[in-house]
Design a protein around this ligand. Structure first.
Ligand code: HAX
Length: 425
């Protein structure tokens, strides 16, 4: 057994007990009300989900297990995965054990590559990637053990096995999608001795003389892991996982939600928008030209991608982390500089539009400009990178949910007639 398994076996029983006893002693306590506006407004803000991996206060942004994300920017994604699961950062020995464990699980079955090669080349990379995740369902330990009559208290063990097996394979699968989709030549086999994100960077085949791309990939993977549980990808996964669909089905479902332009696909839309600006003005625009371009986007009924958030009311700290990285590593990269210029121009425009609650940039407004600098110029691939990282957060939430025995989700819907009656309308 791994040190991670040992640690969870020690910590999870107290977690299970505290939830059971809360349900028993305070089951009737009311924690929120549901207004007609909230129901019709995407359930925005209704407190109805339990998530202990991370929280996103509107005025602070992402906090993982009590630690603000800005204090985790130097951590490897594997360390953040351990933190999400256990509540503590790993010791050096725990990290080494965890990395060895992940390495031992990384072999991708041949049929996954057969599925990849059967896909039409012009399929969206996210559709291709998600399909490969689903193809791996054949490997599910949870499903096999469930069919054999696994007792409930064993669920989280089997979910953890599936999640580790999947997360270990995702860099090679995602890099395989990248190289195949863009005709970059043979797949590149993993190289021993690299950490999880550096290995992903290496297998994509990006030339990386000074290691800058590997550093970006570590930061990228660390920043995108988790964002509490109300966002579309995490929320979807919770719902699907609650039916005891195994982690391959569950994570794929979450990734399908991530593929929407209002969620994880925004990073693709941002780069395309930035490149449109550069094309239109034959290079860097003046602030006035940029202002007019943004205004045209809004006038045509489209959103400014990468700006606004359903929860945040401040600059997303993940944006700040990327901005600091860019200022240090590639301050003169043209697309990065344009993303910086957009940050200086667009919030003032959005602030004048009363209905927009958050005029500030989110993580997606800048990540692509950095990827572009290192040669990952294919915007349609960006959400795959996000998905590889987000699988870590979804996995962590799934393990905790199965550990405390979250029942099948089943909120109640009502008809418009019933809603009007309740509202006295
Ligand atoms: N540009 C133009 N209009 C915007 C806007 C933006 N960047 N942000 C919000 N609005 C509009 C909304 O479309 C909405 O208009 P309607 O009432 O006409 O539908 C209105 O302002 C109120 O929206 P809100 O309450 O401020 O924000 P929501 O919670 O409804 O939506 C979104 C949050 C992130 C979906 C929204 O800000 C948006 O579409 N932003 C651009 C896309 C984007 O960057 N998405 C990524 C978000 C982060 C994420 O999940 N990453 O994965």
């Amino acid at each position: 057994m791994s040190l991670l398994h040992d640690k969870l076996s020690t910590t999870l029983p107290a977690y299970q007990d505290s939830i059971k006893s809360l349900a028993k002693s305070h089951g009737e306590t009311v924690i929120d009300n549901v207004s007609v506006g909230a129901l019709l407004g995407g359930q925005r803000g209704i407190k109805s989900l339990l998530c202990d991996t991370s929280e996103v206060p509107a005025d602070h942004g992402l906090i993982i297990r009590g630690t603000p994300i800005m204090q985790l920017v130097d951590k490897l994604p594997e360390e953040v995965f351990w933190l999400l699961l256990t509540g503590d950062l790993p010791t050096a020995a725990e990290l080494a054990d965890f990395q060895t464990d992940l390495n031992s699980r990384r072999e991708v079955p041949r049929y996954v590559w057969d599925v990849l090669e059967a896909m039409p080349k012009d399929s969206h990379p996210m559709a291709t990637f998600n399909l490969l995740v689903l193809a791996l369902e054949r490997e599910s330990i949870f499903r096999k053990r469930y069919d054999e009559g696994m007792p409930k208290d064993q669920y989280w063990h089997a979910v953890l096995e599936d999640c580790l097996n999947l997360v270990a394979k995702l860099p090679e699968i995602a890099a395989g999608v990248y190289r195949w989709r863009y005709d970059l030549g043979q797949r590149i086999a993993p190289k021993a001795g690299l950490d999880w994100a550096a290995s992903y960077a290496y297998m994509m085949g990006i030339e990386d003389k000074d290691g800058g791309f590997a550093r970006l990939m570590r930061l990228y993977m660390t920043l995108h892991t988790d964002h509490e549980s109300g966002n579309v990808s995490a929320h979807t996964s919770h719902c699907v996982g609650s039916a005891l669909s195994d982690p391959y089905y569950t994570i794929c479902a979450g990734l399908n939600g991530l593929a929407g332009p209002l969620h994880g696909l925004a990073n693709q839309e941002v780069l395309e928008w930035l490149l449109d600006v550069i094309n239109k003005f034959n290079g860097v625009p003046s602030n006035e030209q940029l202002h007019n371009f943004a205004q045209e986007t809004l006038n045509s009924g489209r959103v400014i991608p990468g700006y606004g958030h359903a929860v945040l009311r401040v600059v997303d700290p993940r944006f700040t982390a990327f901005m600091e990285f860019g200022k240090k590593e590639c301050p003169n990269a043209p697309v990065f500089k344009l993303a910086e210029q957009v940050f200086n121009v667009v919030p003032d425009i959005l602030k004048t539009i009363q209905k927009i609650k958050d005029p500030w940039p989110n993580v997606d407004s800048i990540s692509g400009s950095l990827l572009h600098h290192y040669g990952v110029t294919q915007a349609r691939y960006y959400t795959v990178l996000f998905g590889v990282s987000r699988a870590i957060g979804i996995s962590s939430q799934l393990v905790l949910s199965r550990a405390w025995g979250e029942p099948i989700q089943r909120p109640k819907s009502i008809t418009l007639g019933a809603l009007k009656k309740l509202a006295g309308a």
